[in-house]
Design a protein around this ligand. Structure first.
Ligand SMILES: Nc1ncnc2c1ncn2[C@@H]1O[C@H](COP(=O)(O)OP(=O)(O)OP(=O)(O)O)[C@@H](O)[C@H]1O
Ligand SMILES: [Mg+2]
Length: 230
């Protein structure tokens, strides 16, 4: 569900509430209406209430630390025979900052990013998953890459609480001419069995949640992938 849809849904739920309240009050005044008809009306009103509750559950935000820790734990186990360190740092504030994700897609994305880093570190290496929360300050340089989305949905001048997830590795890095193509469908480089779907899928999902993903890399030194979620 993209941010626009979520925002429209929220508006819709808000708009339905007042006519529904009127119906609920009127129902109590309908003494002359036969019981059967009152039951029908009551069932219909209850059903609308249920739909509202279901929608609210769908657009609820999620806190991510436990999800990240469980994926990192699985990956450490998967790569336990390789001399690779996977560190994980989570700033305390992140535990209090829910963000828009779909849990199973998010797990898949993180798992692929860790795989990519491990695959780029032929032999030994270090990899770090760091998560911190930050306030989107529209005047700061780093907020440029968040484009207008976050501002648009909160009103100009409003500050937003964002989560940044950085995956850094000491792998082989990425040639500058290849870097802009990596999020295209089927873009795979230097892998025998690569399908080139991991980053493509990541970009699609993250942008659908109103977030951003970016990569910076230096050949021979390593790579940093940053995901920003709102
Ligand atoms: N951390 C990294 N270090 C170096 N190169 C990377 C890194 N992450 C991604 N890449 C490059 O980006 C390409 C695309 O990555 P992506 O995850 O989309 O596909 P893939 O890993 O090739 O295949 P799969 O669909 O199985 O994930 C990789 O083939 C690799 O060349
Ligand atoms: Mg991959």
């Amino acid at each position: 569900m993209n941010l626009e849809t979520i925002s429209n849904n929220r508006q819709l739920l808000h708009d339905i509430r007042s006519p529904l309240a009127v119906l609920t009050v009127l129902m109590q005044e309908l003494n002359s209406v036969p019981d059967e008809m009152r039951d029908l009306l009551s069932t219909a009103v209850n059903r609308i209430n249920e739909i509202i509750n279901e929608q609210q559950t769908l657009i609820r935000k999620t806190v991510i630390p436990e999800i990240v820790k469980s994926v990192v734990k699985e990956k450490r186990y998967e790569y336990k025979t390789k001399p690779i360190q996977i560190e994980c740092h989570i700033e305390p504030e992140v535990y209090l900052t829910p963000v828009r994700i779909n849990v199973s897609d998010f797990k898949r994305i993180l798992s692929n990013l860790i795989n990519n880093s491990v695959e780029a570190m032929d032999g030994n290496g270090n990899m770090t998953v760091s998560i911190f929360s930050r306030t989107d300050d529209p005047t700061s340089q780093r907020s440029d890459d968040l484009d207008k989305l976050t501002l648009e949905h909160r009103g100009v001048g409003a500050t937003a609480q964002l989560i940044s997830i950085e995956i850094t590795d000491t792998g082989q890095g990425i040639p500058p001419e290849v870097l802009p193509k990596l999020m295209n469908k089927g873009a795979t480089f230097g892998k025998e069995k690569g399908q080139g779907l991991g980053l493509y899928h990541a970009k699609k999902c993250i942008e659908g949640w109103g977030g951003k993903i970016s990569i910076c890399s230096e050949e021979g030194k390593g790579t940093r992938v940053e995901m920003v979620l709102i």
